[in-house]
Design a protein around this ligand. Structure first.
Ligand code: NAD
Ligand code: MN
Length: 365
């Protein structure tokens, strides 16, 4: 039998509640759904770990991921809003050090109520460039006659933009292939696959200009993409506007790192909660599943965090490590619980605990 070793990095806050929930669901998968021996490796990282040990992403964690794991799950980190000497975000570091160059974020309305309570067919895939933009964190302080100022560098490279673009167009084709297997009436997206390129080239003509040209170049240089996928562009501010007015108008959305981060939290509101939206940090040889939400200190330690984002992230990890039918089993179990609408955490208007939601999903497997 094959085996699958998954590194678990809960890190801080509700990460410590939702990652164990995801593990419990993985362990509940029956053998015929997941034909592999599962092993877990508990790994350290986070702000609390930094406060005790002076390092947020220990070398041992990186080494274990590289040498022993087939993939990993990351919870969330409580990064402070002020500068702390010697600290830098372990998830940003992990993405860079493991070359996880794209953050793939599916936002699906499914059975969950939307923010407005209205049902809309949202089935969007946000591809967030994951290695550069403002996340290179090259900031400087200075002062002049008017007083203090600060400057941040923003890096956009042809290399990273091309990889993000390739991911977007190839995922657009993959999604289309999956949809073709459904009867037309059951497809949320009925037209040709579409990629929306997000930028702000009207202001940032050099950086976002390079991003836009490069992603367009990926499209124009590939007959398969040109013949099968539609492409459009949207300035990031009007992207937010359009996304709230007609979220069903988007298929795949590709954005530089910071815009991609912001758009995804907004999209999460459209489908009901940040607690529902998963992601996968994807590289050529490794994948780290990670809920889109943060460590949610306002609800941490109360057993009320919605575990579904983390559970779906675990399914994305399975999907990307070659266990598609196990992933599907998890997606279906989650959908059933959301459709029934009885067992839900407070973010969705319910009274259930993290454990109750997790146990219910496990029983359905
Ligand atoms: P957040 O995502 O932690 O929380 C935003 C809001 O959503 C809060 O009201 C929270 O209670 C709610 N929420 C989030 N996840 C939920 C879940 N699973 N179930 C129910 N409700 C949920 O964002 P924030 O409050 O801006 O940031 C808190 C901390 O998280 C900060 O220290 C920030 O640096 C960190 N953060 C980490 C990551 C990461 O690790 N990738 C991402 C974003 C924020
Ligand atoms: Mn975010």
């Amino acid at each position: 039998a094959r085996s699958l070793t998954i590194g678990l990095i809960p890190a801080d806050g509700i990460g410590r509640e939702v990652i164990p929930a995801a593990r419990q669901v993985l362990e509940a998968l029956p053998k015929d759904a997941l034909p592999a021996k599962l092993d877990f490796l508990d790994l350290d990282a986070g702000f609390e770990y930094f406060q005790k040990n002076g390092v947020a992403l220990p070398e041992e964690t990186l080494a274990a991921l590289k040498d022993k794991c087939d993939g990993a799950l990351f919870g969330a980190v409580s990064s402070p809003s002020h500068k702390v000497a010697g600290y830098s975000s372990p998830i940003v570091g992990l993405r860079k050090k493991m070359d996880l160059y794209a953050n793939v974020r599916p936002v699906i309305s499914g059975a969950a109520a939307t923010a407005s309570g209205e049902k809309r067919a949202i089935d969007m895939l946000i591809i967030r460039e994951n290695t550069e933009c403002l996340y290179i964190k090259e900031e400087e302080q200075g002062s002049d006659a008017q007083g203090k100022f600060a400057v941040a560098k923003r890096r956009i490279s042809e290399f990273a933009s091309r990889r993000a673009g390739e991911m977007a167009f190839s995922m657009a084709l993959q999604r289309d292939a999956m949809r073709q297997q459904l009867p037309l009436a059951e497809r949320t997206w009925k037209s040709r696959p579409k990629v929306t390129i997000v930028h702000k080239s009207n202001v940032l003509s050099v950086t976002d200009g390079l991003w836009r040209e490069t992603v367009r170049g990926v499209y124009n240089g590939n007959e398969l993409y040109k013949n099968n996928v539609d492409v459009e562009e949207q300035l990031v501010d009007s992207m937010v506007y359009r996304m709230f007015r007609e979220p069903e108008a988007f298929d795949v959305v590709v954005a530089p790192n910071m815009y991609g981060d912001i758009i995804s939290d907004g999209a999460a509101a459209l489908v009901g909660s940040l607690g529902l939206v998963p992601s996968a940090n994807v590289g050529d040889s490794f994948v780290v599943g990670e809920p889109v939400h943060g460590s949610a200190p306002d609800i941490a330690g109360k057993n009320i965090a919605n575990p579904i984002a983390a559970i779906r992230s675990a399914a994305m990890l399975l999907e990307r490590t070659g266990y598609g039918s196990a992933a599907l089993a998890i997606y279906r179990a989650v959908d059933k619980v959301l459709e029934a609408g009885q067992i839900k955490t407070p973010d969705l208007g319910g009274k259930s605990t993290t454990n109750e939601v997790t146990d219910t999903i496990c029983k359905l497997l």
